[in-house]
Design a protein around this ligand. Structure first.
Ligand SMILES: C[S@@+](CC[C@H](N)C(=O)[O-])C[C@H]1O[C@@H](n2cnc3c(N)ncnc32)[C@H](O)[C@@H]1O
Ligand code: SF4
Length: 462
């Protein structure tokens, strides 16, 4: 169930104390999957993935994710799996591979599947030439059975978008667009290696709206160098003039030991946990005041938007309304989620191509979900989406096997001396004060969490 519009988000919470934020700001996963990808192993290979595909129930609803791992330049903060390219040749060669993978995957699927969602992500899919956008779109439509009314979304970098590309996206049926902005402040943009004037973004929004693509999301980031409560407020005011349907606000994940390009960002210019918390609270306050509904940890939408009116789900792209039985990831580093588990393709484009050539599929690693994993994955997804734990719902779905988790939930309630959770008739819900710390509560149900690995792999939870 989505968080109702009246539910207070971070902004309406009683101000968390400096001490609470400092204590709870820990390196923790964002829980876009459970277990998180660092627990994937080579035990899941192309053979296992092929079997999982073949075992899907005929008539399954499927979601497709197409990864385009290329950008014109690398933004210094970027945590995505992408590469900067000046020439088009590597992109064109990569397209041959992803087409081949689409055909290979489609022929292993059971009959009568229906693709209800397609998401082109990256990287920057608008780096593709217009003719290639149309060709890849047509090939995907040819390889899979696409349901009427399917949601087809694309992530774009507005600096690369022009009218022919917008035409091409419209021609292949794109009906939802996510636009990267991050921040409009010039000092912040210089410090993150991404210069993007307001006009560039306004033009991108107009190019899509002029072509009837009305559903627009804007991505913003807080916790970036030199950001302050005032500077993020100014960015929000500018974003509101674009009247987006959805706004995603990500906390900057700074992991310079893993992501070398992030070392271009001066650590001393980064806001600390208390300042990050205050920025996210100010953003929420402004967006709630402007009539948006807060959904999950970091998304806002108009009250009439599908994200606000449909049960929320969480996948590798963040929050979604996608209720499909399986998510099929296509492209280098793409992750598939099937009822049996996760399968991830080789990350580098050449390794991806090599595996595809040798095995017909590009799976490099993954995770086979056991009974306990499925239970925990369900609890963590519901907490991330609804901020609530229901033992009745857990027992209904998992029967007697739910008992250990119900006991763990009881321990969460008993250990809580910070007012993060509140007992309900059959479990707990997170209090307004607790919601910004939902990842800390999810971590209590994570059987694989190791503090040492977390320090290297995950960014601050606040
Ligand atoms: C694939 S990009 C969006 C499309 C396009 N490449 C662009 O940047 O305009 C996905 C989004 O992830 C977010 N992001 C990237 N790196 C991040 C990081 N280190 N921490 C938090 N959010 C990040 C940004 O908001 C970005 O817009
Ligand atoms: S934030 Fe977007 S444009 Fe920038 S490097 Fe990452 S994927 Fe590319």
């Amino acid at each position: 169930m989505p968080v109702p519009s009246t539910a207070p988000g971070a902004a309406c919470a009683p101000a968390a104390t400096h001490d609470l934020v400092q204590r709870l700001a820990k390196p923790l996963p964002r829980y876009t999957s459970y277990p998180t990808a660092n627990h994937f192993s080579p035990g899941v290979d192309a053979t296992a993935y092929a079997e999982w595909l073949a075992e899907l129930t005929p008539g399954s609803a499927l979601s497709l994710y197409l990864h385009i791992p290329y950008c014109r330049e690398l933004c210094w903060y970027c945590g995505c799996s992408t590469k900067a390219v000046r020439r088009y040749e590597p992109v064109a060669s990569y397209l041959e591979l992803i087409r081949r993978e689409a055909v290979e995957v489609a022929r292993r699927l059971p009959r009568d599947h229906q693709v209800t969602h397609i998401h082109w992500g990256g990287g920057s899919p608008d780096i593709l030439e217009p003719a290639d956008i149309i060709r890849l779109g047509s090939e995907i439509n040819g390889a899979f059975a696409i349901a009427g009314g399917a949601e087809i979304a694309v992530e774009i970098d507005p600096r690369l978008l022009d009218a022919p590309r917008a035409d091409a996206f419209a021609a292949i049926g794109i009906n939802r667009v996510s636009i990267g902005v991050q921040d409009f402040d010039e000092a912040v943009q210089k410090a993150i290696g991404r210069l993007q004037g307001y006009e560039t973004t306004r033009r991108a929004v107009a190019l899509f709206r002029d072509r009837g693509i009305g559903s627009i999301n804007v991505d913003l980031v807080y916790g970036l160098p030199h950001q302050t409560e005032d500077s993020v407020s100014r960015t929000i005011e500018q974003v509101l003039t674009l009247t987006p349907d959805r706004i995603a606000i990500f906390g900057y994940a700074h992991l310079p030991s893993r992501l070398k390009h992030q070392r271009l960002i001066d650590d001393a210019s980064l806001p600390g946990p208390t300042a990050r918390y205050a920025q996210s609270a100010r953003i929420a306050e402004l967006l709630l005041g402007a009539g948006y509904v807060q959904l999950g940890l970091d998304h806002f939408a108009r009250a009439t938007d599908k994200l606000a009116t449909t049960a929320l789900k969480r996948n590798f792209q963040g929050y979604t309304t996608d209720q499909a039985d399986a998510l099929i990831g296509l492209g280098a580093s793409a992750i598939s989620r099937l009822p049996q588990g996760y399968a991830q393709n080789a990350v580098a484009a050449d390794a991806y191509g090599k595996r595809l050539g040798e095995a017909g599929l590009a799976t490099a690693r993954g995770f086979k979900l056991g009974a306990d994993d499925k239970l925990r994955a369900f609890v963590i997804e519901r907490l991330m989406c609804d901020f609530a734990f229901s033992s009745r719902e857990l027992s209904r779905r998992f029967g007697g096997r739910a008992m250990p988790l119900i006991r763990e939930a009881e321990a969460v309630i008993e250990d809580d001396t910070d007012g993060l959770v509140q007992r309900t008739s059959d479990g707990f819900r997170m209090t307004p004060r607790g919601r910004p710390f939902v990842r800390n509560i999810c971590a209590r149900f994570d059987a694989y969490l190791d503090p040492e690995t977390s320090r290297r792999r995950h960014a601050l939870s606040v």
